[in-house]
Write a protein that binds this ligand. Structure first.
Ligand SMILES: [Mg+2]
Length: 369
């Protein structure tokens, strides 16, 4: 078989978000996927994805113009050296952000190909054996009324989720007493057996975040996520020293270097890097190893269908996050994507990612640039 890479195709599919959803610090207007298909000389195809609220066009062009020409003619098993080559080639224009979204999607596509060539699901290539992984339902915008918030959280529980997450930072983070009240209402509505996580989306400083955390910890909260600006690593540490409510952060961090800075500064209990942005599977395996070395927990952000293989294999990984916001577009992008059942997701018994792209939908909505 000739597994040399022959072609790379990139598709961009976006969806306007109706309803004006806001968290504490921003309004969501668009969501979308950038999809990378890597095809070998023998016609075998692997794919990877990254996603965006803004900037998908730039990511697509970066892959087409800069990365694709440098991987055509190479072999999918070269993930380690291809990653390193791309890092050096592109480092001057980005060591975080869109550059890494682009590289992540390409790296995931190469890993999908490695699974297809070896006829193994990725969780097995990563060394895992669990086929079922816990998943939590994630939504609860701060733009919701209290009634809408409680209703959505009850709905998640009725769909079988044992763990739920919602957003705090009502009114841009300026009404923490209202947030405490909303936490109380949700806890009373879902009962004591359901795991509750909170996400403040960067809205506070360390003192305000810690004060809030200490006011809600009696509601049996699993963690508070991003209580301060993601780059305020001293603030994250100060928060952590000021409360015993566990601190989750990392969805805005990139690469092993980003997670290194979080751990050496004692700025996280639960590390949430996102493999579809932070460097793909090649980098996420290293990120997981760093968290293991510091005895921290690993809980990748969003993109549950991609991260399920990592969470299966990494012994300190807790669970997957399923964003309600992405459910519709995800159902359209894949053919028969796995859905959670009783708060668990099952890895498809297929090679690679175990997912099939819905090319009818993707071709119909592909944004040609
Ligand atoms: Mg978050």
């Amino acid at each position: 078989m000739n597994h040399k890479i022959r072609d790379v195709k990139v598709h961009l599919v976006s969806m306007p978000v109706q309803g004006g959803f806001s968290d504490a610090t921003r309004k969501v207007e668009t969501i979308g996927y950038t999809i990378v298909r890597v095809i070998t000389e023998d016609g075998l195809e692997g794919f990877g994805v990254t996603y965006h609220e803004v900037g998908g066009e730039a990511t697509k062009l970066l892959i087409e113009k800069n990365i694709a020409p440098r991987i055509i003619g190479r072999y999918p098993f070269e993930t380690e050296v291809i990653w390193a080559d791309m890092f050096q080639y592109l480092r001057g224009v980005g060591r975080k952000g869109l550059m890494f979204c682009a590289l992540s999607a390409v790296d995931i596509a190469l890993w999908d190909l490695k699974g297809k060539i070896t006829n193994l699901p990725l969780y097995r290539l990563f060394g895992g054996n669990k086929k079922e992984v816990p998943v939590y339902g994630s939504g609860g915008w701060t733009s919701y009324s209290d009634e809408e918030l409680v209703e959505e959280m009850k709905e998640l529980v009725s769909r079988g989720y044992q763990m739920i997450k919602f957003k705090v930072g009502f009114n841009g983070g300026n009404s923490p007493s209202r947030d405490v009240e909303r936490v109380r209402k949700v806890r009373e509505a879902v009962g004591p057996g359901i795991g509750i996580m909170l996400d403040a989306n960067n809205c506070w400083d360390a003192a305000a975040g810690a004060r809030f955390a200490n006011r809600v910890k009696d509601y049996d909260i699993m963690f508070l996520e991003e209580p301060v600006f993601a780059d305020d690593i001293p603030g994250l540490k100060k928060f952590k020293m000021s409360t015993d409510l566990p601190l989750a952060t990392g969805e805005h961090e990139y690469t092993k270097y980003g997670v290194r800075d979080l751990v050496i500064n004692q700025a996280a209990d639960i590390v949430q890097l996102d493999g579809t942005r932070a460097g793909g599977f090649t980098e996420m395996l290293k990120v997981a190893a760093v968290t293991q070395a510091w005895n921290l927990k690993f809980a990748p952000h969003a993109m549950e269908n991609i991260h399920i293989h990592l969470v299966s294999a990494c012994t300190n990984a807790l669970f997957l996050e399923r964003l309600l916001l992405f459910e519709e577009i995800t159902r359209n992008i894949y053919v028969d994507a796995p859905e959670p059942v009783s708060g668990m997701m099952t890895i498809p018994d297929k090679p690679g990612l175990g997912l099939e792209l819905n090319m009818n939908f993707i071709n119909e909505y592909d944004e040609k640039l």
